[in-house]
Design a protein around this ligand. Structure first.
Ligand code: NAP
Length: 343
């Protein structure tokens, strides 16, 4: 039985969070209450913590833990005591991952196999769901297992050492594609380990031309897992002169070339319909969750290296600063709730 009150990281204004005692929320229809064991850091967390509109809301999206309570109808999907990971739309309400208890949608969970710890699995939800959206929703590539092809389709993943990019490399490779990826040279081996066939340094000004040459000028698909700092020019420079599609994770501010189509996906679209968007992706979320659960159970999807912050939720503000300063490279930052002083 969950307590009435718990500790959560509440957005204080201007960047940091404050740990406060707040009410534990009740799960609604088709929702469950999770007792959180570990939570992971995503760039969206520090970005929204800077927004005055989010002050007073609970931060954090990725969480892993044990199901504590089922809301009405949730018994169709889950059981009390299950080890799970999922994500919520943090920073927008009193429900966020950086807390002891979180309410989440019952049909959007990835099951945790005994072979992985909560600290390892918690990096999956936001990043792997976004990678699925890039490949299957934006680029409309065949969902796994793709058709066997004599000449594999080629894809560029820009930002192969990022969380989203690392899963995009892995999912694309599992789908039978030939994967070209960019990252810093220190992360070449990591990204090859995810399955990239060729790796390139994105700081090399010749790299777009090198990729164009390596793909015979036929590259039609790219995932831009960074989508800023000039990535649009790099990626469009590598794509075929005939044009192509770029799945982006932030909106492109300009069209790189007339025959190139940048297509943005937003991970929260898997949980809720965006008002006015005219399209619905909420039925894709449970399909991706099932596919990812199976791939993880089969040992086919690897977690990235992790960095566990020393003071649990009390380290969230420090971790925001660390990520904002661009210090996260090829790893996922994790918080263990039990490491929080006093918990
Ligand atoms: N649309 C959505 O719903 C959605 C969902 C998730 C994330 N996102 C966005 O996607 C982006 C990536 O998120 P993430 O969690 O995957 O990031 P992340 O894991 O924190 O990214 C870190 C990686 O980014 C690479 N990097 C840093 N600066 C770079 C630059 N100037 N050019 C190229 N690469 C650079 C680094 O590569 P090296 O260390 O190898 O240099 C590093 O390994 C963020 O902007 C995030 O807000 C959007």
């Amino acid at each position: 039985m969950a307590p009435a009150r718990h500790i959560a990281a509440v957005i204080a204004g201007g960047g940091p969070v404050e740990l406060k005692e707040v009410d534990v929320l009740k799960p609604g229809e088709n929702e469950v209450l999770v007792k959180v064991v570990a939570a992971a850091l995503n760039p969206t967390d520090w970005k929204y913590a800077l927004s005055p509109d989010c002050v007073g809301n609970v931060s954090g999206c990725d969480l892993a833990g044990v199901i504590e309570e089922l809301g009405p109808g949730a018994e169709a999907y889950r059981k009390v005591g299950e080890r799970v990971t999922t994500c919520v739309v943090g920073a927008h309400s009193a429900n966020g991952a950086y807390s002891q208890y979180v309410v989440a949608k019952a049909n959007l969970f990835v099951a945790v196999p005994d072979s992985l710890s909560f600290e390892e699995i918690v990096q999956f939800p936001v990043a792997v769901f976004t990678a699925c959206q890039c490949l299957y929703q934006s680029l409309r590539l065949s969902i796994l297992p793709g058709p066997a092809a004599s000449e594999p389709t080629q894809i560029l993943v820009y930002g192969g050492s990022s969380s989203v990019g690392g899963f995009a490399v892995q999912m694309a490779k599992l789908g039978g594609l030939k994967v070209h990826a960019t990252c810093s040279p220190k992360n070449f081996d990591l990204v090859r380990g995810y399955g990239a066939d060729e790796v390139y340094d994105y700081r090399d000004p010749e790299a777009p031309q090198k990729i164009k040459a390596a793909t015979g000028g036929k590259l039609k698909y790219a995932v831009d897992a960074i989508s800023e700092h000039g990535s649009d020019k790099f990626v469009s420079g590598a794509l075929s002169d005939e044009g192509g599609k770029i799945a982006c994770v932030l909106p492109y501010t300009s069209l790189p070339r007339a025959n190139i189509e940048p297509i943005l996906s937003i991970v929260s679209d898997l949980a809720f319909d965006r008002p006015g968007s005219g399209v619905s992706y909420v039925e894709d979320g449970p399909k991706y969750a099932k596919m990812i659960t199976d791939l993880i159970a089969q040992g086919k999807l690897k977690p990235a290296p992790i960095l566990i912050m020393s003071k649990g939720l009390a380290s969230v503000s420090e971790a925001f600063q660390y990520m904002m300063e661009g210090k996260v490279s090829g790893k996922k930052v994790i918080f263990r709730i039990a490491d929080t002083p006093g918990l």
